[in-house]
Write a protein that binds this ligand. Structure first.
Ligand code: SF4
Length: 213
């Protein structure tokens, strides 16, 4: 049994089956794979124009969702709140009100990293879609006291990066990302810098910490 989508084609890769009404559920290929088919499906397209199916298309303009039909999701759960008593606040209907909800939470070994909204926006790296949507996400996290992470390769993909002796000394794109958060910061929340192997070799985190924090 598979939870993957049925066909070997997807709008994500701009591919189609030649016979979409007749396909093998195991491979997702047409029931009759045709000699001479121009290769509409993912197998056919990747055989001749492989790099076009590496990323969801159009690359840089989309975000992605899985097409897998997961057997369980959050809609299968009911959250059954208690109807009697109160937790964390006096059981008084005039005091147990929405504005009195305290969402403060603390992270870190010493619990000294305060979030006033317990949400972290996952790392968004060097892609265009990340760059194009960064400023409002960073500002929103800063204003609401949430966390946000800068993803991988921002410095390595920065056309104006300056590297000396194999280490980053200047990256306008990374600086802008951090500034977008700092300008709106209310004192809670955080901005983090994720690093992969290349970032680590380039000293991205040291540069961010020493020059941009
Ligand atoms: S290459 Fe084969 S499986 Fe793919 S679309 Fe063509 S006929 Fe169908």
């Amino acid at each position: 049994m598979t939870f993957s989508k049925g066909t070997n084609a997807s709008n994500a890769t701009l591919t189609k089956l030649r016979t979409p009404d007749s396909y093998c559920p195991f491979s997702g290929m047409c029931t009759t794979c045709l000699d001479g088919c121009p290769g509409f499906c993912e197998i056919g397209k990747s055989a001749v124009r492989g790099k076009e199916v590496l990323y969801p298309q159009p690359f840089g303009k989309t975000t992605s969702a899985s097409q897998k039909d997961y057997p369980v999701d959050y809609s299968h759960f009911n959250i059954m709140g208690t109807a009697v008593g109160a937790h964390g606040i006096e059981p008084n209907p005039d005091k147990a009100i929405f504005p009195a909800v305290n969402l403060d939470s603390y992270l870190g070994v010493n619990k000294d990293l305060k979030l006033t909204t317990p949400i972290i926006v996952a790392a968004m790296g060097s892609t265009n879609v990340a760059a194009d949507n960064w400023d409002h996400l960073a500002a929103g996290c800063a204003i609401s006291g949430a966390g946000i992470a800068i993803g991988e390769n921002v410095c390595a993909m920065d056309p104006n990066v300056e590297i000396k002796n194999g280490r980053v000394v200047h990256s306008p794109n990374l600086a802008r990302r951090i500034k977008d958060f700092q300008e709106w910061s209310q004192g809670a929340g955080f901005i983090a810098v994720q690093a992969n192997v290349e970032d680590t070799k380039l000293g991205v985190q040291e540069y961010a910490w020493k020059s941009l924090a």
